[in-house]
Design a binder for this molecule. Structure first.
Ligand SMILES: [Zn+2]
Ligand SMILES: [Zn+2]
Length: 258
């Protein structure tokens, strides 16, 4: 099988009829990797005929529901189809205890599943390496606006949110996750082969200029809020005027060969 990325969810936090929430799968010959797992990911996996038994590892960029809530349905689907291979899940550290405990709340007991789940944390810097992939996490300010409430309510949230640089042999793939602003992306973009970026929390004109100056070779806008649907043509035209290479909007099922 050729290496490829398939977008499974291209919606933002607002659920949409024609889009699932944030997720994509990166398939290699030996195994597949899931990046974020919003609502609808399992349905999208089935709809787009993804071999989910091959998913060895899941990476979650932050704990907003449109990026993580699909994990539980996916684990249930793996359980119901008698998965045997172990599964690795990388999560922001702040969520680890609660996610493990919520699996028990959902009666998805480790003892019952029939396959092992190993949990790890997404950490700033290089945090993952195997013969196919190397992944670096860049902390971003997407959740920083919650600081006041967290302080006032004495909550344990640490506002962990990450953008990811994925190295696949000689290819550099950047996944923005959700960001706080353009500054979160400046360091990570230069010379990317493929950029999968959200386009909701960013000024589009400035984002396009940054992509251009960073010499990105192929750009996919994802995490598309409903209000942006009618702007897609205008934005695509602008991207073409600026000669942004390989520009397109994501849709669920979009496949990018690697
Ligand atoms: Zn989001
Ligand atoms: Zn978010």
């Amino acid at each position: 099988m050729n290496k490829r990325i398939v977008i499974l969810g291209s919606a933002s936090g607002m659920p949409q009829a024609e889009r699932s929430s944030s997720s994509f799968v990166l398939e290699t010959n030996s195994q597949s990797y899931l990046f974020d797992c919003g609502e609808g990911t399992s349905s999208s996996i089935l709809k787009h005929k993804i071999d989910y038994d091959k998913i060895s590892t899941i990476f979650i960029t932050h704990m907003h529901p449109d990026h993580c809530i699909g994990i539980f349905s996916l684990i249930q689907m793996m359980y119901l189809t008698q998965r045997e291979k172990s599964l690795e899940i990388f999560l922001p550290e702040e969520s680890m205890t609660q996610v493990k405990s919520f699996l028990n709340t959902l009666y998805l007991f480790q003892e019952k599943l029939g396959f092992e789940i190993y949990f790890y944390t997404v950490k700033p810097g290089s945090f993952y390496k195997d013969p196919n992939l190397k992944i670096k996490a860049f902390p971003n300010l997407h959740l920083a606006e919650n600081g006041k409430i967290i302080e006032k309510e004495k909550l344990l949230n640490k506002m962990e949110s990450f953008s990811l640089e994925i190295r696949l042999k000689n290819k550099k793939i950047v996944y923005s996750g959700d960001v706080g602003g353009l500054d979160d992306l400046k360091m990570i973009l230069p010379d990317s082969d493929i950029l999968l970026t959200e386009c909701m929390h960013l000024d589009i004109e400035r984002l396009l200029a940054l992509i251009k100056s960073s010499k990105v070779k192929s750009t996919v806008f994802t995490h598309i809020p409903p209000e942006l649907e009618k702007e897609k043509e205008v934005i695509t035209k602008r991207a073409n005027e600026l000669k942004i290479k390989g520009f397109q909007f994501a849709f669920d099922g979009l496949a990018l060969s690697l």
